[in-house]
Design a protein around this ligand. Structure first.
Ligand code: FAD
Length: 389
């Protein structure tokens, strides 16, 4: 369906080659397994991270420390292909590269970068990103997790972290957690090896969405860290928000992957399925649905590629990310649901990816800034009035 607008002509040869490699990997390695992982609610994150590392997908748009240093557009296209497999698989790449690695890469000390980034790029070390708390999701500024400095004559005492983080992707499989906590000088980030005494992670089960992704609750009970554990360059909420901006960018592309997979599956099905002695694809009602979905998918792709170009040129305005995240996740979810109607009863099974993608996209709509939060960001940009509180 994306061929309609020849959006490929807007992508460089190098980025297309990378994209094709990821697509082949998803088709050969992930697609045969994904329904089983989703059904069981279990995914081999550690093995997959090593495979993603070999492909150069982890922190791929970062420079140095074993990262590939690709264009932002290439990173987006990789997210799209991963999410054509499953949003949970793309989430592994997003959290590792755009949240955990980016936090250290952008805000960390040279020692923190040397210690973690090369191993995270290969997938030997898995990272997670703890911002959300049970009582603070859309309003992370209210966080209660605290980091207190132990008294030391030189002012360089240990940090002691106490609090809870919720809905943390890869939380219970991670080797290192980037934890955001309130201090006397505002919100700061900390690099926390997950083996540190006082750190526990409990997997959240019974999710109906992103079942092929590990989500956990973290408890920090007097976690003692050396002074060097703080990210020196992140001050205030702009620290974690800068990481979210990176991950949101990837999702703008990613969501389209889920939508493309739904639409491709549905077109193939509608051409095979006979209803009242004719192909389902030959009915005008079906074609109107397919056409409308292809139009939205194509528009979403043009938007993503435009934002990718702006990001590659270093001039992507923050509200534009909200436009992309709001539109592309919302439309992808609408496409997944509409495709489901075309498959009828078959659409509700795991034999086809529609309901799996639709359920996953419920999380994608909510995390990385809910649709409502992005509407408020755009509203503020339009009117100059903040309506958040
Ligand atoms: P709330 O903030 O309680 O929002 C509830 C509703 O209120 C929403 O509809 C929201 O849009 C709306 N709302 C909020 N503010 C306003 C307003 N001003 N006006 C009107 N309506 C408003 N977090 C992490 O830190 N790290 C992770 O790795 C991570 N992974 C996740 C994985 C999954 C599968 C999920 C589901 C979530 C994950 N999250 C993660 C958390 C995610 O970022 C939050 O769920 C999200 O920020 C929303 O917070 P909340 O769920 O507490 O909803």
């Amino acid at each position: 369906p994306l061929a309609l607008l020849d959006t490929d002509s807007l992508v460089s040869e190098e980025d297309r080659a990378m994209r094709d490699t990821v697509r082949a990997f998803v088709d050969d390695r992930l697609r045969p397994e994904i329904a089983g992982w989703y059904e069981r609610g279990e995914v081999p994150v550690r093995d997959l991270a090593l495979e993603f590392g070999k492909l150069g997908l982890l922190g791929m748009h970062l420079e140095g420390y074993g990262c590939a240093g690709t264009s932002a557009t290439a990173y987006g296209l990789a997210c799209l292909e991963m999410e054509a497999g499953d949003s949970g698989l793309r989430s592994i790449v997003s959290v590792q590269g755009s949240l955990a690695m980016y936090a250290i890469w952008k805000h960390g000390s040279p020692e923190q970068k040397e210690e973690w980034l090369p191993r995270m790029a290969t997938g030997e070390a898995i990272g997670c990103f703890g911002l959300t708390e049970p009582d603070f999701g859309s309003n992370p500024g209210g966080m209660r997790t605290r980091a207190v400095r132990d008294a030391a004559p030189d002012g360089q005492g240990d940090w002691v972290l106490t609090g809870n983080k919720m809905w943390i992707t890869n939380g219970s499989v991670a080797d290192v957690a980037v934890i955001w906590a309130r201090t006397d000088e505002g919100v700061r980030g900390f690099v926390v090896p997950t083996g540190t005494p006082g750190f526990t992670a409990t997997e959240i089960r019974h999710k109906m969405s992103l079942r092929a992704s590990v989500t956990a609750e973290l408890a920090l009970d007097g976690v003692r860290l050396p002074a060097s554990a703080m990210l020196p360059e992140a001050r205030g909420l702009s620290g974690p928000l800068s990481c979210l901006t990176e991950a949101r960018f990837g999702i703008i592309f990613g969501a389209l992957g889920a939508a493309r997979d739904c639409l491709e599956t549905t077109i193939a099905y509608a051409r095979e399925r006979e209803i009242f002695d004719r192909q389902l694809a030959s009915y005008q009602l079906t074609q109107a649905k397919l056409a409308d979905m292809a139009v939205e998918l194509g528009k979403g792709m043009l938007l993503a590629l435009h934002l990718g170009r702006l990001k590659d040129e270093g001039r992507l305005p923050a509200p534009a990310i909200s436009v992309g995240k709001l539109n592309n996740t919302r439309e992808a979810l609408a496409i997944a649901r509409e495709c489901r109607t075309i498959l009828g009863a078959a659409g509700i099974t795991l034999e086809y990816p529609l309901m799996r993608h639709a359920n996953n996209l419920e999380s994608v709509l909510t995390y990385e800034g809910t649709s409502e939060v992005h509407q408020l960001v755009i509203g503020q940009a339009l009117t100059g009035e903040s309506a958040f509180r």
